[in-house]
Design a protein around this ligand. Structure first.
Ligand SMILES: Cc1cc2nc3c(=O)[nH]c(=O)nc-3n(C[C@H](O)[C@H](O)[C@H](O)COP(=O)(O)O)c2cc1C
Length: 406
């Protein structure tokens, strides 16, 4: 079945030359909201390495939707640099998606001088480090504004040359704050059962699809489960998937876990605390906070395809295209995904380890060289941008020059 993975895939108006997609993985290759040359080179290398489509991670739909200070956000001054990245990807023969998102109350790296928008009001544990102590429940007017921001972001991404948008509804960001009962305790039509919790995210998707769906693929990344007993379970993930199918998604990307409560579930393995403290500083406020939270995290042993039991259940429940994500580490894993009826695979860590992995698998199959050390996750915070520690380090200067500057 590996051959199937090298067949074209139609996602709405978009044709992908094969079924390998680089998953959104925060590059930290941007300055003041604009992509750098490092970002351009990174995505170009992935396309040259064989993926059909790469994903620019975390493109915030407004400035206050960032979680980190330099993160890309959609605004006029970023357009030339976004275009420089998409042009490079197209010249290399591939496609590129923008992961459009809003942090809501999950804002860890910037101070926002007002209560952060979320599904609920009250104390905001995720904002502790930067003084974003409180959040407030969005009302209808806030929701209308937010829908407009997602639509505007998708339209601007189209202008900048993106082929797809991936609306982030997982991992604890704003739309996930509606989907997950860990946040959403609303008593109105946006809270309570899984249908209600999916109502606002579905509205965002429907509006984006209506605005750009004839020109771009509209994808959503969701949690199959949150990985916590009080969080969303597989049954909720199934309901979400069905509702988003109905709302017109061209594909769903199946992930899981929440940045604060269950990051280990997202990665099917524990954080590399040594690497994290090396990059952000053992005695920094963030370093001390992270170290203290790690003590209570369960010990998880990585296994390939770690969302299999969840994602195959979602496969049975919907008929729209699905991308399998989470621990794809061998050509055999890819075949297994194709055989089970997933239309695509997404990979993050294996492609950071080997940007040309897809070409290698096409030639000879085999295993990824990634050892799941999770250092790359820590290197999100490195000034030179994220890289795999088994690769030569990024050049700092490439991350100081904007993507359009040559
Ligand atoms: C360095 C790094 C940064 C990540 N940043 C993001 C992100 O910005 N948005 C997102 O949706 N997922 C992010 N992820 C999660 C990946 O998309 C993916 O869900 C996870 O790594 C599991 O896939 P894998 O086993 O192929 O690595 C990140 C992963 C890594 C390794």
């Amino acid at each position: 079945m590996l051959d199937t993975a090298f067949q074209p895939l139609q996602l709405g108006p978009l044709t992908l030359p094969n079924r390998f997609i680089k998953a959104g993985a925060n590059e930290n290759m941007s300055k003041q909201g604009k992509p750098t040359r490092a970002m351009r080179m990174h995505h170009e290398a992935l396309i040259k390495g064989g993926v059909a489509m790469t994903t620019m991670a975390y493109v915030a739909v407004e400035k206050d939707g960032r979680t980190l200070p330099d993160q890309v956000w959609v605004h006029d001054e970023a357009m030339d640099d976004l275009k420089a990245v998409t042009d490079a990807v197209h010249a290399a023969g591939g496609k590129i998606a923008a992961q459009i998102t809003h942090g809501g109350s999950f804002v860890t790296g910037v101070f926002i001088p007002r209560r952060l928008e979320s599904s609920v009001s009250g104390f905001n544990p995720a904002g502790l480090l930067r003084g974003n102590m409180f959040r407030r429940a969005m009302n209808e007017r806030d929701m209308d504004r937010m829908v407009g921001l997602f639509v505007n972001a998708a339209e601007r991404c189209f202008e900048a040359g993106f082929d797809a948008v991936e609306i982030h509804m997982g991992h604890g960001y704003l739309l996930n704050q509606f989907l997950s009962p860990l946040d959403n305790q609303r008593k109105d039509q946006y809270g309570g059962n899984a249908e209600n919790r999916a109502r606002f995210p579905a509205r965002v998707l429907r509006a984006v699809k209506e605005a750009v769906g004839d020109r771009m693929a509209v994808i959503a990344k969701i949690n199959v489960a949150d990985g916590r007993s009080k969080g969303a379970q597989l049954e909720d993930g199934i309901v979400t998937a069905k509702i988003l199918e109905e709302a017109g998604a061209d594909m769903l990307v199946l992930s899981g876990g929440r940045n604060v409560e269950s990051g280990w579930f997202t990665f099917g393995s524990n954080m590399n605390l040594d690497a994290m403290l090396r990059v952000i500083g053992k005695w920094s406020l963030s370093g001390m906070a992270i170290a203290s939270t790690q003590a209570s995290v369960p010990k998880i042993d990585f296994k390939p395809l770690y969302f299999w039991e969840y994602s195959t259940k979602i496969r049975e429940a919907v008929s729209i295209p699905l991308a399998y994500l989470g621990g794809v580490t061998s050509a055999e894993n890819v075949s297994q995904c194709m055989e089970a009826g997933f239309e695509a695979v997404q990979l993050a860590r294996a492609l950071l380890r080997e940007p040309d992995l897809v070409n290698r698998w096409r030639e000879e199959g085999g295993e990824s060289l990634c050892d799941n050390c999770n250092s790359c996750v820590a290197y999100i915070y490195h000034p030179a941008g994220t890289w795999c520690i088994h690769q030569p380090p990024n050049k700092l200067e490439d991350n100081q020059i904007l993507a359009s500057a040559g």
